[in-house]
Design a protein around this ligand. Structure first.
Ligand code: URA
Length: 261
């Protein structure tokens, strides 16, 4: 592990978790690399769940795996304009501005959160408060950032008043924007952080503790589910689990050179 990574893990309060035991034949304990040696062919969780059936919300007239459009061009600008002007649900009434999303428009990962908070509503960018700082630190620890490799969006684009959880009908009316973002970005993996994001994408009730470690699918793109960084700030004992999830995700999209699939 590089000193820089060790510092990052220490900042996340994770370092002691990754003191890996050496193989039984020498019985020694030492510090190992935190990343799995190679991407698992099939990811299984504590419940032993395997790849789940594809989400079936693709409209009948849409191809299941649409060809990638020009993610830097007119389609993207048009989508952002629509989001900024959206009045489809009551959330638009109290927003300062809509928060479409930010990041690499040719990402490996799309991270989907819940909805903008007060700071995000003010600045027009997702995950810029304390939860965002933790998210950035976790992404950095797996070599990714909102500048390179990751796009960050939310299940709802306007702040729910008082930072309440978005209602199901608010998530549903915003969902077409998220789906269009997914189609434009064509990420290799979607990371849903927290229950509202996971439920929006998977269209089924989700319990994070049960869904972790399983690989779901949205329009042919693998989806993994992990804890929301705001939850992790309140429950730091679960940071190690989220870190495990991100390492597993990283191994899926960035298998080490020479790893077979
Ligand atoms: N929490 C979220 O889910 N999204 C944000 O953009 C900020 C906090």
């Amino acid at each position: 592990m590089t000193p820089q990574r060790a510092r990052l893990l220490a900042r996340l309060g994770l370092a002691p978790l990754w003191r890996l035991r050496q193989p039984a034949d020498d019985g020694a304990e030492g510090e190992g690399d935190v990343e799995p040696a190679q991407a698992p062919a099939v990811v299984t969780g504590s419940t032993g769940a395997l790849l789940l059936p594809a989400n079936e919300r693709a409209e009948p007239d849409q191809p299941a795996l649409p060809a990638r459009q020009d993610a830097g061009g007119a389609d993207w600008e048009a989508l952002e304009l629509e989001i900024r002007g959206c009045a489809a649900c009551p959330l638009h009434r109290q927003r300062t501005q809509a928060v479409p999303g930010i990041g690499d428009r040719h990402p490996s990962w799309l991270v989907v959160g819940e909805g903008p908070g007060a700071e995000e509503d003010r600045r027009g960018e997702p995950f810029v408060g304390p939860a965002g700082q933790l998210l950035d630190a976790m992404l950095a620890a797996v070599g990714l950032s909102r500048r390179e490799g990751v796009f960050i969006a939310n299940a709802v684009k306007c702040r729910p008043p008082g930072n309440r959880t978005p209602e199901a009908d608010e998530i549903a009316s915003c969902f077409p924007y998220l789906r269009r973002q997914v189609r434009l970005l064509a990420p290799r993996l979607i990371v849903a952080v927290g229950r509202p994001a996971a439920q929006a994408l998977l269209d089924q009730p989700v319990r994070i503790a049960d869904a972790r470690g399983r690989v779901f699918e949205f329009e042919g793109i693998p989806v993994i589910v992990t804890y929301h960084p705001a939850y992790l700030l309140r429950n730091p004992q679960d940071k190690g689990k989220a870190w495990e999830d991100l390492c597993r995700a990283r191994a899926m999209t960035h298998p080490p050179a020479g790893a077979s699939h």
